[in-house]
Design a protein around this ligand. Structure first.
Ligand code: GLN
Length: 454
């Protein structure tokens, strides 16, 4: 009740597309009736959550912030959502995003942009994205935790800019069933919460094999346990290539400061190299656009979603539906993806990008498994603190949009887990965060070290 009230009070932030007041009320009534034993069996009993509006929720609209799905009501639940509900969690609402999760600002939603709740005297700041609604719902106190999706940084980026934890689990650890796809080979459900303990509790409820998603690993999931680990046993690498152009001196200073603090705690810190980092953005963009072109083909105005009244020919219906249904970002990605997939371009772009992806993955493998290996990597999450809406949407920055994902997106290329941890506020009074990355399925150590940094 209090969470719904809070969400309404903070409606100017535009974190939610749909508030599920009735569901939350019914949950509270049912919860009252449960016995103590019942409640103990459900680790999230009464915990309020928000779910990004690209996860299917039965009988609750799921719009992807797009005209194409504005009136779409799924007939089934995403696995992540059903696992949370079965664990006792209570849905406050479906949160705002960039259309079809394409973006890093939550500025491209048909429902309008989501605002960063952190105080700023100037123009208002963006929340980051594309899971901006999820980050703001947690940061502004409308729920305890939220689910986002992370294809190139969409959970970690808004978490960093709004001052909350953002976890991208290993690809295959958490089911994608019911998550409307962006890039199937990189999409992962992400978790946003105020601290590592809450993040871990949510992960423990949603992770593990799912027969409905063939890419989940078959091995049963061993719940993560937060303990007081001995930092002198942990080696942390600082990848030199993550010092990139456009990174603010404040972010670099913070990165150095935390590395020093960890060293004081007897952690072993060393410089490492991930030589293919600088090509990651270009390779990611090509793979992203190719998969988008293929994924979006299902929205043809015939089977489901929007259908315009064009009745001259099927071709015209198809074209006008997609023209009205999608924004410019989505349409341009479809266009570029189809170009890269033409027979004459396939080898030159798509296959080359796949090869680069392999090299990026190998870079991480060498650092984690080669001689002189490290357990984790420490980097910034974003290059700066949250920009203002006007700055972010200026033409120049639009063209540079992919740079926002410079530090986050290689982890998706390699499928490895990463967590963004808020550290302190900048001179602009906005949150600054750092990221830890680890080898596949290293969530146990990743979250335990994160706990020591938070
Ligand atoms: N900003 C990236 C993109 O637009 C990542 C999006 C995401 O992780 N969903 O593709």
């Amino acid at each position: 009740d209090l969470c719904i009230q809070r969400a309404k009070q903070k409606s100017e932030l535009n974190a939610f597309i749909t508030l599920t007041e009735e569901i939350a009320e019914n949950h509270a009534i049912e919860s009252e009736k449960r016995t103590y034993i019942d409640k103990k069996m459900r680790p999230l009993e009464g915990i309020t959550i928000a779910i990004k509006d690209n996860f299917c929720t039965k009988n609750i609209p799921t719009t992807c912030a797009s005209n194409m799905l504005k009136n779409f009501v799924p007939t089934y639940d995403a696995t992540v959502y059903s696992r949370l509900i079965n664990s006792g969690a209570c849905l406050v609402g479906k949160s705002n995003l960039d259309e079809f999760a394409m973006g890093s600002g939550t500025v491209d939603s048909i429902f309008g942009p989501t605002r960063n709740p952190w105080f700023s005297s100037e123009d208002w700041k963006i929340s980051g994205g594309s899971s901006g609604g999820s980050a703001v719902s947690v940061s502004s106190g409308s729920c305890v935790a939220a689910i986002g999706s992370d294809t190139g940084g969409s959970t970690r980026n808004p978490a960093a800019l709004c001052g909350v934890i953002g976890l991208k689990p290993t690809y295959g650890l958490v089911s994608r069933y019911g998550l409307i796809p962006l890039v199937n080979s990189m999409d992962v459900p992400g978790i946003l919460a105020r601290n590592i303990d809450d993040t871990t509790k949510i992960l423990n409820c949603v992770a593990g094999p799912d027969t409905l998603d063939a890419t989940t690993v078959k091995k049963p999931f061993k719940p993560i346990n937060i303990t007081d680990i001995d930092l002198s046993q942990i080696k942390i690498g600082i990848p030199v290539e993550y010092h990139c152009e456009g990174m603010s001196t404040e972010v670099i200073g913070l990165w150095r400061h935390i590395a020093d603090l960890l060293e004081n705690e007897k952690c072993q810190i060393q410089s490492v190299t991930l030589p293919h980092t600088s090509v990651s953005i270009a390779a990611y963009s090509i793979l992203n656009q190719c998969e988008v072109a293929s994924n979006m083909a299902r929205y043809d105005g015939l089977e489901f979603g929007l259908r315009t009244s064009e009745d001259y020919s099927t071709e015209e219906l198809y074209a006008s539906t997609r023209c009205i249904g999608f924004n410019n970002v989505v349409r341009s990605r479809i266009f570029a993806g189809n170009y890269f997939l033409l027979t004459r371009n396939y080898e030159k772009y798509f296959l080359k990008a796949l090869r680069l992806r392999r090299l990026i993955s190998d870079d991480f493998n060498k650092v984690f498994n080669g001689p002189n290996s490290v357990d984790l990597l420490l980097t910034p999450t974003t290059l700066t603190d949250a920009p203002t809406y006007n700055d972010f949407t200026s033409k120049h920055n639009r063209d540079q949009c992919a740079l926002q994902d410079y530090c986050t997106q290689p982890a998706n290329m390699a499928g490895i887990p990463a967590v963004s941890i808020p550290i302190r506020v900048s001179t602009n009074n906005m949150p600054l965060s750092l990221q830890l990355m680890g080898p596949a399925f290293s969530e146990q150590v990743l979250l335990n070290v994160a706990k020591r940094i938070e």
